[in-house]
Design a protein around this ligand. Structure first.
Ligand code: PEP
Ligand code: MN
Length: 344
């Protein structure tokens, strides 16, 4: 349930509502907007009728049910978009954020070269896997803590905040010491123990959509983080499994627009895992931004042919520079004569 306070509600009236929500057996979550304050009553087992009755409390405009199962993630609870601050880089604000770097950290030289190049080309954050969720146990599993140390050095060298994947609750504290943002990989989107643990970590989370997750499940996974106390969450569409095999996954551009519509959380796109193909990264990045993505996360490697993971979808440095130039070029004009007439 949401209690919409009136524009003129006083602090005492808001405090009274918060108190009543607690007494009714719910947790209050307060969103102070520029014009009005919204107090959400969330949780299970509370007495709804006591919240409904608040519609006549002083300073209350109205009380409405939250239509969606993801309560705190919903735009209803927070109409204005959230901005997530990752060590000074703002995701969800005016600017489109580009996160770039290798799929896996392989060596100091490989990461430093990539980090410096992506920074020069305009990226504002660095990615790199230390713990890799590989489909086969015989594939490269990541350098672990050694990679975390190299990531930290690359961050110090370039000033780019770092995001890296966490696969297990046991690694959370260690990764928090080295990284600015923790990625929950697609395969772990519904690892509820991990989500619960990250809800109490003091770091922003990049939550990838599971390969077979519907949008509701993705947003409910984010709800675990918000309801547990971490509202610094960025959603990432990275492609889903469909019958199509020509691309590695099917990137769901409509889901980006839909997630932005349903939720206040920032949404970014991963055209690397979303397509699996170097040649498609530029076009799909532009498309993602056109449908409202707040940023992109792209895999870049100095020599994709030698990459220990995801070489076929990794851009080399000149390719990444071209993609970056393409992102600032205007979209094609619409030539339909009727549109020109309508504008004239
Ligand atoms: C990755 O970012 O390298 C990765 C493994 O991503 P995903 O979880 O989307 O497959
Ligand atoms: Mn990868």
């Amino acid at each position: 349930m949401i209690v919409n306070m009136s524009d003129s509600a006083t602090d005492e009236q808001i405090e009274h509502v918060i108190q009543r929500i607690r007494e009714a057996g719910f947790q209050p979550h307060i969103t102070r907007g520029t014009e009005r304050t919204i107090v959400a009553a969330v949780g299970s087992g509370g007495r709804r009728h006591e919240i409904e009755a608040l519609s006549v409390a002083p300073g209350v405009d109205n009380v409405v049910a939250i239509a969606q199962p993801f309560k705190l993630v919903s735009r209803q609870t927070r109409p204005q978009p959230s901005v997530v601050d990752v060590a000074g880089v703002k995701i969800g604000g005016e600017e489109v954020v580009v996160i770039a770097g290798p799929c896996s950290v392989e060596s100091r030289e490989q990461l430093f070269e990539t980090a410096q190049a992506v920074k020069r080309a305009g990226a504002s954050m660095l990615r790199g896997g230390a713990y890799k969720p590989r489909t086969s146990p015989y594939e490269f599993q990541g350098l672990g803590v050694e990679a975390l140390k190299i990531l930290r050095e690359a961050r110090d060298l370039t000033g780019l905040p770092v995001v890296t994947e966490v696969m297990s609750t046991e690694d959370v504290d260690l990764i928090c010491e080295y990284a600015d943002m923790l990625q929950v990989g697609a395969r772990n989107m519904q690892n509820f123990a991990l989500l619960r643990r990250l809800a109490t970590a003091n770091k922003p989370v990049l939550l990838k959509r599971g390969p077979s997750a519907i949008v509701k499940e993705w947003l409910l996974a984010a709800e675990y983080l918000l309801s547990g106390g971490n509202s610094q969450v960025v959603l990432c569409e990275r492609g889903i499994k469909t019958f199509e095999t020509a691309t590695r996954n099917t990137i769901d551009l409509a889901a980006i627009a839909l997630a932005k519509e349903l939720s206040h959380l920032p949404v970014i796109a991963d055209p690397s895992h979303g397509t699996g193909k170097q040649s498609l990264i530029g076009a799909v990045s532009r498309a993602a931004i056109a449908v409202g993505a707040d940023g992109i996360i792209v895999e870049v490697h100095p020599c994709p042919e030698r990459a220990l993971s995801d070489g076929p979808q990794s851009l080399d440095i000149p390719q990444f520079e071209r993609v970056m130039r393409g992102l600032s070029a205007p979209l094609r004009p619409v030539l339909a004569p009727s549109l020109h007439l309508a504008r004239a």
